[in-house]
Design a protein around this ligand. Structure first.
Ligand SMILES: Nc1ncnc2c1ncn2[C@@H]1O[C@H](COP(=O)(O)OP(=O)(O)OP(=O)(O)O)[C@@H](O)[C@H]1O
Ligand SMILES: [Mg+2]
Length: 254
């Protein structure tokens, strides 16, 4: 049984990609076959996974079924998981996902063959409301939304929830968590008083603001590759992975 976990947010720079790479590594360590699909043309997830390839498929070949996606899969040299690298051509995915019947379900269809090999697919999505984002919301069993504490965060979550409604996707597929949390900042503490968005789950694990997360870009590795298990950010991601597993099993039995 394959679960699809998406990292998505309307807001940019909130730690989606860092989270995607760390969760991919933690899931692999816990014994799962994991595929991380870098859906962002910026290719940050590909880079952080230590992979240099790009997905250079010609969309016309793809659509005619001549080139299966699987042949573009690379192994992360340190992460213990596989990577479907970012597309080299700008907008390749958007074009591709528009050319089929039921265009909102194109990504889900592309993912189907991977269920033979993988127990977990992690989608790292770019920030925007787009056709690709719609596809991500449709394909995911769980949409994981990093939130930096702040009073406007609630509004962006609400917008994503409304888009889920429009796509007839249940809001309980959305699970939010706080990231880049600085406990010394009063505003970060106050934010917790804000009423949550109806129907959206909150995971009870925070990712702290930590320079070790930024260093992932230097080492091109998940945190577990170059920090101790006791590193606060590394430990926080391990706790988040536990919470995500619980959320996935709750969703399965719901
Ligand atoms: N917990 C954290 N503490 C400190 N810095 C962080 C943390 N999480 C992410 N960062 C840094 O913030 C920047 C953005 O992170 P990341 O690329 O993971 O976000 P993103 O949401 O995927 O961004 P984008 O919207 O551009 O795809 C990076 O420089 C990253 O190293
Ligand atoms: Mg990103």
């Amino acid at each position: 049984m394959m679960n699809v976990l998406a990292l998505y947010q309307l807001k940019g720079g909130v730690g989606k990609t860092s989270t995607a790479v760390n969760l991919a590594s933690l899931a692999a360590t816990s014994g799962l076959q994991v595929l991380l699909w870098d859906l962002d043309p910026q290719g940050a997830a590909t880079w952080l996974s230590g992979v240099d390839a790009t997905l250079d498929a010609k969309s016309k070949h793809w659509l005619k079924g001549k080139s299966a996606l699987g042949r573009y899969v690379e192994r992360s040299p340190v992460g213990g998981f596989d990577v479907l690298p970012a597309a080299s051509a700008h907008r390749l995915l958007d074009v591709l996902l528009n050319k089929v019947d039921q265009p909102e379900q194109a990504l889900a269809k592309l993912l189907k063959p991977f269920s033979e090999h993988y127990q977990l697919v992690i989608l790292d999505a770019p920030p925007s409301l787009s056709h690709l984002a719609d596809n991500v919301m449709m394909a995911a069993d769980c949409v994981l939304l990093p939130v930096i504490p702040g009073f406007l965060a609630q509004r962006t979550l609400e917008l994503v929830a409304e888009r889920m409604d429009a796509l007839k996707q249940p809001r309980h597929k959305m699970a939010a968590f706080y990231t880049m949390v600085d406990r010394r900042r009063t505003v970060h503490r106050e934010q917790r008083q804000v009423q949550p968005v109806t129907g959206v789950s909150w995971l009870d694990t925070d990712i702290p603001y930590a320079s070790s997360v930024e260093r992932m870009g230097l080492y091109r590795q998940p945190l577990s590759g170059f920090t101790a298990a006791s590193d606060p950010a590394n430990a926080a991601y391990a706790a988040l992975w536990l919470a995500v597993q619980q959320q996935l099993s709750r969703l399965r039995t719901a």
